[in-house]
Structures are given as C-alpha cells and as structure tokens.
Design a protein around this ligand. Structure first.
Ligand code: ADP
Ligand code: MG
Length: 273
C-alpha cells in the first residue's frame, strides 16, 4: 500500500542549528489490509512520517510510493491524498461545514463527484461511523468522539484505501476514545481499509497487527504487539509505557514467579494466575 525507501526528511529550521533531521534513512512497507501502529515519544518523528505518507511533506532524500505513485510526482498528489486519507488530533480543525452531511460531502464535492454519487457516499460513510441519525445536526454541538467520527466519515467519503490517523483520540474523553477506536477497528476488519495509527495509548496499540517504535527519526523496534510489549525494559527506556497487564507480568517475573512473558490481555493473565 505504502512503500518508504530510505527516506530522510529535514526541516529548515530558523536559527543557528540550520536543518533539523526529523526522519533518518527510514524504510518501511505498509501492507494492504494491515493495521499498523506507530509509537514513539514526543518529537520522535511520528507526525512527520505521517505527513510524508500522504504527500503533505516530500522527502529530502529517498522515495515514497502510495499504491505505486511517487509522492514527488505533482500530477499524482491529489490522487495520493485520496487514496491515503489523513485524520488528525483535533476534530474542530477538520470540520468545515455547519451541518454534518455537508461536512462529509465536502471532500467528494472537491473531487468533482456527481451529486447523486455524493449523496450515496455521504450516507454510506455516516452509516459506517454510526452517525446517520446526526446527519442534519450542527457539528459544533456534538461530543468530541462524535465530531471525530464525522471527520472520519469525511475522509471515507473520498473512498480511500488507506487511512492514516495521527493521535486521533488524544483530545477525547474515555467514552470518545472507545467510540473512535471501535470505528477504526471496524474500518480495518469490516471495511478492509489499511490503517496506520499513531497513538500514545498502549491499550490502542495492542489492537495492531504490527507495531513500529520510533526514536529520533528512526525505527528502533518492530514486531507484533506481543513481541514488542514483552520487552518491557526496552520499551520503557524509549520513554513509553506498556499495557498494565504486561507491566504486572514483568513485576511478577522479577519476583521469581514463572509466568509466560508475552501476555497481552487481562483474560489471559487471569487464566494463567
Ligand atoms: P512527533 O509527532 O513524534 O511528536 P514530529 O514529527 O512532530 O514528532 O517532530 C519531529 C521533529 O521535528 C521534532 O524535533 C520537532 O521539533 C521537529 N519539527 C516538527 N515540525 C516541525 C516544523 N514544522 N518545523 C521545524 N521542525 C519541526
Ligand atoms: Mg505528533
């Protein structure tokens, strides 16, 4: 779906330091249908990587291909942004209209899609994010989780194959976080969208097929959630948390209790104990 080949990205920062190298010689493949989570502490380069993936930023060195289209190809840039849609942290910055259905229609209208087809896409997108009953509501009166689901519907209406989420739940309350995570899981499992999710919540990361951990613009760990979170010490050294169960298993093992290392869910641990 997305191929990143030996990419470096430098910001031209003002001041004496000159260039800031936010991504360093990074190569990854995002597979079709995959649920990929990217972790890393603040400033490790996650948002820069996300913006490179849908052509909002262009590599200083190396190449990125979205479904075979190079993000450096100016003729392909709109196509790339349709195929790899992006959802950001703050839903208020992503909502543009005063009625939910008009907001969701904004993307396909700009794509020049015929009105009948737009109506179909809007209905379908609102159905998927379970916001149909709010079709004629004013977005600013919705909860954070609902607004973020409207923002997701707006991306869905453009028919993407891949959606890149940059900390989509960071500004939401616990209920909103659950709503949005359930929507993201459904997009992957039911709608078969490729998902790239940047998050700092470990309970969200355990849902992934694969996790990449970033540090100073590089990938420093890669593996399934089990492979990553059994390395409690290493994950913590990178400034990240581990899921609560994983932490408990780690402490129990330190006390000499012989318990399987790669536990991810409360149910598994309860069964073993
Ligand atoms: P993350 O999303 O993991 O917190 P970012 O990709 O936002 O990391 O930032 C990576 C590095 O690039 C940081 O050192 C950050 O300060 C720097 N950076 C991010 N955006 C800009 C920008 N627009 N101009 C200059 N430097 C930036
Ligand atoms: Mg960020």
């Amino acid at each position: 779906m997305i191929k990143i080949e030996d990419v470096t990205y430098e910001y031209n920062s003002i001041g004496e330091e000159g260039q800031l190298r936010a991504i360093r010689n990074l190569s990854i493949d995002v597979k079709r249908g995959e649920f990929l989570v990217i972790l890393g502490h603040n400033g490790s380069g996650k948002s820069t990587l996300a913006k490179l993936m849908n052509g909002l930023l262009i590599p200083t060195k190396g190449d990125i291909y979205v479904m075979g289209m190079n993000t450096k190809d100016e003729n392909k840039i709109w196509n790339i942004r349709e195929k790899a849609g992006m959802v950001f942290q703050n839903p208020d910055n992503q909502i543009v209209a005063t009625i939910v259905e008009e907001d969701v229609a904004f993307g396909p209208e700009n794509q020049g899609i015929p009105p009948a087809e737009i109506r179909k896409r809007v209905d379908e997108a609102l159905r998927i994010v379970e916001m149909t009953e709010y079709k004629r509501h004013a977005p600013h009166l919705l909860s954070g989780g609902q607004k973020q689901r409207v923002a997701i519907a707006g991306i869905l209406a453009m028919n993407p194959d891949c959606i890149i989420f940059d900390e989509p739940t960071a500004m939401l309350d616990p209920t909103g976080r659950i709503e949005v995570m359930n929507t993201i899981k459904k997009l992957n499992k039911v709608e078969e969208k490729t998902i790239v999710l940047i998050t700092h919540y470990m309970d969200e990361a355990v849902e992934a097929d694969r996790i990449l951990v970033m540090e100073q613009g590089e990938i420093v760990m890669a593996g399934t959630p089990r492979e990553i979170f059994k390395q409690v010490k290493k994950v913590k050294e990178l400034g990240l948390d581990v899921p609560q169960v994983t932490e408990l298993v780690y402490e129990l093992r330190k006390e000499g209790i012989d318990i399987q290392e790669d536990i991810l869910t409360v149910e598994e641990l309860v069964r073993l104990l």
